[in-house]
Write a protein of this length. Structure first.
Length: 515
């Protein structure tokens, strides 16, 4: 037969074991962790009530986080300032307190109002981490003897030691997660600002129509099909739709269908199960699954094979699919925005694109005009990129020269806005002063057949012609800055009026044009 002390020791060991196992699970939910801890204590210690308080972040208020034997309303009243009542004194001193009979202890405040006059022993111990009290554990025992109460106090101290490290770890993980979430929210706000419609550059009539269409479709869940040549900014429009919708806090997943190999595109879009094919060493979520609750942007949708088109059609219709090698149906709630530079109507006639998929995608079409059809936006875009790359490369470039503007306005821009951006970035890198000159632009803009500026004639030019072209551009820039006054232009170029007048005459420049 076991003595009562032996039975008590055995139960205490069992309690410590169960609480240690619970602490080792690494849960991130403090309230749930506390409740399960107190549930174990209530089963093993024969206590009638119990409470676990935690110090509020950046304050000296201790609040009941979990309890047993008291109601929710009573628990809500369990708030203790440092030094207030028995719990507050334990928190302040870091020392345990054993009260054989609470009715005889004036410091016991019964703030919860849960004690009704029966003889009750009360034990409260501190939870200390890194020399600071971060919480308390307390239990009520029915009419317990003083010896038994002190024994239980020592046991509660062991439990407090187990909890202290777990609480600190949980709080650290919670703080790290909150910091990451706040950083994520900040980044999303910044992305929302960056991809706002107001940040798309363009003021011509066709672009204003695009802005109206974005405003119309963004609040809905309709599938949008963005059409236009490569480099016109289709992804920028797709992002503007996403960040203008109720899904702006969800993921924006971008997939370039043309860049994915035929044998991998199904796995990329729908994911795969472990062992589905040779290199599938673990389960992998597809892009549709990652876009759940957000938006998936499928660029170059016209490049999908007929087999993938059929599977994609099912996703559009039913919002469900199976991973490669799997039989579980996965349902997603993802908005679909597609884009293409292909003639889908011609592809349908040739049997290369499914007619039913086309009509599913073409719910709300948006057409982006090529840059050659929006000439009035060229300088707006060039100035924007000039500022952006001037900051990036630490250059204070103030303007674009007349000859460079003429070249930009005359060029046909087959690569559209993307080509213009690359062109300006190159000019910023190669410009030696605060002006983008014609000779800073790529050779493709300098041929007379395209631009009619004759800076570099088609087929090349000799040294003398190149020097004269350079001189002509410098003098024209100087005259523009000085209202066509040759003497002021000479001073600006640090030369004499006689030299400038001679060059003006030889190069066929008319100063009056710039007055």
């Amino acid at each position: 037969m076991f003595s009562s002390n032996e039975r008590s020791s055995e139960r205490e060991l069992e309690t410590l074991y169960r609480i240690s196992r619970l602490a080792a699970t690494g849960t991130d939910n403090i309230s749930k962790f506390f409740e399960e801890t107190l549930d174990i204590m209530s089963q093993e210690l024969e206590a009638v009530k119990g409470a676990l308080t935690l110090r509020s972040q950046d304050s000296d208020i201790f609040v009941i986080e979990a309890s047993f034997g008291i109601t929710a309303a009573e628990k809500k009243r369990g708030r203790y300032k440092l030094g207030e009542g028995v719990t507050g004194q334990v928190a302040k001193t870091g020392k345990s307190w054993v009260i054989p009979d609470i009715s005889k202890e004036p410091n016991f405040l019964n703030k919860t109002g849960s004690r009704k006059g029966d003889k009750i022993a009360f034990i409260c111990v501190p939870i200390t981490h890194a020399g600071r009290v971060i919480g308390t554990i307390s239990i009520d025992l029915p009419g317990d003897s003083s010896d038994q109460s002190h024994r239980r106090a020592g046991f509660l101290g062991l439990i407090a030691n187990i909890l202290a490290e777990s609480i600190a770890n949980i709080r650290d993980r919670m703080h790290e997660r909150e910091s990451l979430m706040e950083e994520n929210r900040l980044l999303r706000r910044q992305l929302g600002d960056k991809f706002n419609v107001s940040n798309i550059i363009g003021n011509c009539g066709s672009m204003r129509q695009v802005y109206e269409q974005i405003a119309q479709v963004a609040p809905s869940t309709a599938t949008a099909l963005i059409r236009g040549e490569s480099g016109t900014g289709k992804e920028l429009v797709a992002r503007a739709i996403h960040y203008g919708s109720d899904r702006k806090d969800g993921a924006f997943i971008c997939v370039n269908c043309a860049a994915l190999p035929e044998n991998l595109i199904e796995s990329e879009l729908f994911g795969h199960e472990k062992g589905a094919f040779t290199s599938a060493i673990k389960q992998r979520k597809g892009r549709f699954e990652l876009a759940d609750g957000g938006t998936i942007f499928l660029d170059e949708i016209g490049e999908l094979s007929p087999l993938i088109q059929a599977k994609f059609l099912r996703v559009l219709q039913e919002q469900s699919f199976e991973r490669v090698g799997g039989d579980e149906t996965i349902r997603v709630n993802a908005r679909i925005i597609a884009a293409t530079n292909r003639d889908l109507e011609k592809a349908m006639r040739e049997g290369l694109f499914r007619e039913d998929l086309y009509y599913r995608l073409n719910v709300f079409p948006i057409h982006l005009p090529p840059l050659r059809e929006r000439k009035s936006d060229i300088i707006l875009l060039a100035d924007f990129f000039l500022r952006e790359y001037g900051v990036k490369y630490g250059k204070n470039i103030k303007r674009i020269s007349s000859s460079a503007i003429n070249m930009m306005m005359s060029y046909h821009w087959p690569g559209n806005v993307r080509e213009l951006e690359n062109c300006v970035e190159r000019a910023v890198l190669t410009t030696a002063d605060d002006v983008v000159h014609g000779y800073s632009l790529p050779p493709s803009l300098q041929t007379s057949e395209l631009t009619h500026t004759e800076l570099i004639p088609e087929g090349g030019a000799d040294f003398k012609t190149m020097v004269e072209s350079y001189e002509k551009e410098l003098i024209i820039d100087a005259l523009k800055k000085n209202n066509g006054v040759a003497a002021a232009a000479a001073k600006y170029l640090n030369t004499t009026k006689r030299v400038i007048s001679y060059k003006i005459s030889n190069l066929g420049i008319s100063p009056n044009t710039y007055k």
